[in-house]
Design a protein around this ligand. Structure first.
Ligand code: UTP
Length: 295
């Protein structure tokens, strides 16, 4: 029987430079996919996968993130006075109950690994999840839930991986695998391998299940690529003593930290939503007609 995964860390203290100027004063994690901040989808994924306590790593200029997950008392009163009780009820129901979300500040954006490390005292000595809040991962089952199921069978650490076109492998962190009797195990991680040298076509995506020993590795970790404390470097060190299993995610992933991924996520979520599908579908058809006429 494995120790239950109760806590999830969501690092949200980065600058989001690829989404400037939108992220100059608005946290990247609060940019909206249709009418919900992207972070809201990720927190929902965590809780619906069985997580009991979410720890969000924030930083300077990220205060709005805390407000988003708080009960907005004045708004609630105003909505109810205006007879909009169903909307007020919806907002209240969507707010996580008190004490199920904690916030910790990363005082300097020193990299993803460093952001995860700042949560060490709140996580304590137990395995935990990490979800990247700009990676919106859509499938029938939440990606994190499937990873927790895999962890339940083998224990250890689990990372989400996805297939890329072999010619794109040099853009990603790529895993090498060994196939054992009870399934594949990660044997290496290479950041952005030189074209043609990638050990597989599976790249590390936005979800991790990690044993608490990762904190010790992060503590000793020297800055890596970009002068940042990298989570993958600490995982490589962890691999000497612990197993890391890949979970191959086969749903759709949108990297909402880039303009293209962000726009695609909005289109996908709108077109798959019953109240918007018709309107958005008509707009896409109209655009296609214009494009055909111009071509
Ligand atoms: P990214 O590298 O995608 O985010 O990190 P970024 O640094 O904000 O984006 P760019 O590259 O400048 O456009 C993945 C997640 O890790 C968080 C980010 O907020 C993002 O959600 N992160 C990154 C931190 O919390 N702290 C850091 O020092 C770096």
């Amino acid at each position: 029987m494995q120790q239950k995964i109760r806590k999830a860390v969501i690092p949200a203290a980065g600058f989001g430079t690829r989404m400037l100027p939108a992220t100059k004063s608005v946290p990247k994690e609060l940019l909206t996919i249709v009418d919900r901040p992207v972070l809201d989808y990720i927190v929902t994924e965590a809780f619906s996968s069985g997580i009991e306590h979410v720890i969000i790593v924030t930083g300077r200029m990220k205060g709005a993130i805390e407000d988003h997950f708080d009960h907005a008392f004045e708004l609630d009163v105003c909505l109810r006075n205006a007879g909009k009780d169903p909307l007020a009820d919806r907002l209240t129901q969507a707010t996580p109950s008190a004490g199920t979300i904690s916030f910790v500040r990363q005082q300097q954006a020193r990299g993803l690994g460093h952001a995860v490390w700042t949560a060490r005292h709140i996580v304590g000595d137990e395995p935990f999840a990490v979800l990247l809040p700009d990676m919106l991962m859509i499938d029938k089952e939440p990606c994190l839930k499937s990873m927790i199921d895999l962890y339940g069978r083998h224990g250890g650490n689990v990372i989400a991986v996805e297939k890329c076109a072999p010619e794109d492998a040099h853009k990603f962190g790529i895993v090498s695998l060994e196939h054992r009797g009870d399934g594949p195990v990660v044997t290496g991680l290479v950041e952005k391998p030189a074209p043609g040298s990638a050990p597989s076509d599976l790249f590390i995506s936005g979800r991790y299940l990690l044993q608490p020993e990762i904190f010790g590795k992060l503590e000793q970790q020297a800055p890596g690529a970009g002068g940042e404390i990298q989570l993958t470097d600490a995982m490589l060190a962890l691999m000497d003593h612990q197993e890391i299993r890949p979970y191959e995610f086969r749903g759709r992933t949108f990297d909402c930290g880039t303009p293209a991924g962000f726009v695609n996520a909005n289109l996908h979520m709108a077109i798959t939503r019953a109240d918007l599908a018709g309107i958005i579908g008509m707009e896409i058809d109209a655009l296609a007609t214009v494009e055909r006429a111009v071509a």
